[in-house]
Design a protein around this ligand. Structure first.
Ligand SMILES: Nc1ncnc2c1ncn2[C@@H]1O[C@H](COP(=O)(O)OP(=O)(O)OP(=O)(O)O)[C@@H](O)[C@H]1O
Length: 255
């Protein structure tokens, strides 16, 4: 599905992505972890086209997307929900989703321009209803996005990404800013979406309980390089990962 080969990106003297290679298989749910500044967000910026790699290649479903624009990459089927919510505060949940669906169906690539469309067609209404159901947000349909609790704002943000019908969804810290219970609930929803929609998800997460409970594969970044990749059990017991990131006692606490 997504193959990154020897991808490197530097900012001045800082090598944020260092000769990174990985293959993300179709239908997988995998996590990217690592200390602050390890290059996790940079990796997402490279995949989504916000940043261009200095070297290496990124191939998605057989197509080289290394040099494509963010809009072209969305059209290829890669969606992204952000660490900081990008919702429209003055729109309701249903209006926000409808705007995203309109942008997608019109292939305009920009949510802002979709407001020029006066009335949603029945296919847009139907897709909006599907998304509301998918997110479990039917009861929030007429709530202004700015009045949503933080967790639901993050969920709506994921909904906006899903409106673009991605085959690969990138989630940058889906549980950021949430309390422990809300985090678990959020990841349950993400897990449910993943199972139900049969999409491929890569998520960045700092909460190790969530990562080890939900990810099938974990990739550990350290100073921009891939330190280790494998199943939760493999990563939990990887001495290099314990030394660099997890710390001693993590495995015992989890066991
Ligand atoms: N646009 C930029 N200009 C200059 N340096 C940058 C830029 N973006 C990232 N960096 C640097 O690249 C390195 C990796 O940053 P990145 O944000 O990818 O790390 P991260 O693992 O996502 O961190 P965090 O966990 O804190 O979100 C850091 O040293 C950061 O300061």
């Amino acid at each position: 599905m997504l193959t990154m080969t020897n991808v490197t990106k530097a900012f001045g003297g800082v090598v944020a992505t260092n000769d990174f290679s990985a293959h993300f298989t179709r239908g997988s749910l995998s996590a990217i972890i690592g200390p602050n500044g390890a290059g996790k967000t940079t990796l997402f910026n490279l995949i989504s086209g916000k940043l261009k790699a200095d070297a290496g290649s990124i191939v998605f479903d057989g197509k080289d997307i290394t040099r494509l624009s963010p809009k072209a990459i969305v059209r290829c089927g890669i969606g992204r929900a952000f660490q900081v919510s990008s919702i429209f505060p003055t729109l309701t949940v249903a209006e926000s989703l409808a705007a995203a669906v309109m942008a997608h169906q019109g292939q305009m690539g920009s949510l802002a321009t979709s407001f020029a469309t006066p009335r949603p067609t029945s296919s847009i209404k139907q897709r909006t209803a599907e998304l509301l159901e998918m997110l479990g947000m039917e009861s929030r349909a007429y709530t202004l996005a700015r009045h949503l609790p933080h967790g639901d704002q993050k969920l709506l943000d994921i909904g906006l990404a899903l409106a673009l019908e991605p085959r690969l969804l990138l989630l940058d810290e889906p549980t950021a800013g949430m309390g422990p219970e809300e985090r678990l609930l959020m990841m349950e929803r993400v897990h449910h979406l993943w199972q139900r929609e049969n999409i491929t998800i890569i998520f960045i997460e700092h909460d190790m309980d969530i990562v080890f409970a939900r990810a099938q594969t974990i990739r550990v970044l350290y100073y921009g390089a891939l330190l280790a990749q494998g199943t939760p059990d493999y990563i939990r017991n990887h001495q290099g990962v314990i030394d660099a990131y997890l710390g001693t006692g993590f495995g015992e606490a989890e066991a």
